[in-house]
Design a protein around this ligand. Structure first.
Ligand code: CO
Length: 221
């Protein structure tokens, strides 16, 4: 049974490659010779949030890093290497931090429930929950509290990225690269811009202070 499921992937793959070629005979040849994506996507591993499809981009157009709850932790060599390669080598212009409402990782952190090894990873989201506990406590509905923590998590990751040596160095040498904070809604397939885009470290700090002072219901409404 499982063999059939795996074999189906090869059937799909051959069909996909044939479709691409029939529409554009030079498609793969072109990709072979260049990787110049404009965007870096940092998103959740959730199977319902596939980067390319959501923003309608083809192979070669977006560089992608995904992990549970779309985190960029300062000591995560994996994420930092992706960001460094994307910014310093590929020269991406926009870094998109894309969280999503209905995130299992964020929900687990919000409830403080135990799931095993992943609790250590989600502790980063719990830290954000605790940092904003006053603000979250003013929100009555659990689902709205969840949505807000999804947003706050994205906003913190935007700030984290702006503080990496990679971005500080890039901005210092005058490279134009912006970081954006978005949240994707599973129920309608739409992306909400959280309005925290930053093109410099100072701007990221300014955006963050604005968020800290803002009304809890203001963002992502
Ligand atoms: Co998620």
């Amino acid at each position: 049974m499982d063999c059939d499921a795996i074999e189906q992937l090869f059937v799909n793959n051959r069909q996909w490659a044939a479709d691409k070629l029939s529409r554009d005979p030079e498609f793969f040849e072109r990709l072979l010779n260049q990787q110049t994506p404009r965007y870096l996507w940092i998103g959740c591993s959730d199977s319902r949030v596939p980067a390319n499809q959501i923003v309608g981009l083809e192979p070669g157009e977006i560089f992608v890093h995904r992990n549970v709850a779309n985190l960029v932790v300062h000591t995560d060599l994996n994420a930092l290497s992706v960001i460094h390669y994307a910014v310093a080598v590929l020269g991406v212009r926009d870094i998109l931090v894309v969280g999503h409402y209905g995130c299992g990782g964020v929900e687990t952190a919000l409830r403080g429930s135990r799931s095993g090894l992943i609790d250590n990873w989600l502790r980063h989201v719990e830290d954000i929950r605790d940092l904003h506990s006053d603000q979250l406590a003013t929100i009555d509905r659990h689902s709205a509290r969840h949505d807000r923590l999804c947003e706050l998590n994205v906003i913190h990751q935007v700030l984290n990225i702006s503080q990496t040596s990679v971005l500080r160095d890039a901005w210092e040498r005058g490279q134009v690269v912006a970081i954006h904070g978005w949240c994707y809604r599973l129920s309608d397939g739409l992306i909400h811009d959280l309005g925290v885009s930053a093109r410099s470290h100072e701007e990221a700090c300014r955006q963050f202070r604005k968020v800290q002072a803002s009304d809890p219901h203001e963002l992502g409404a």
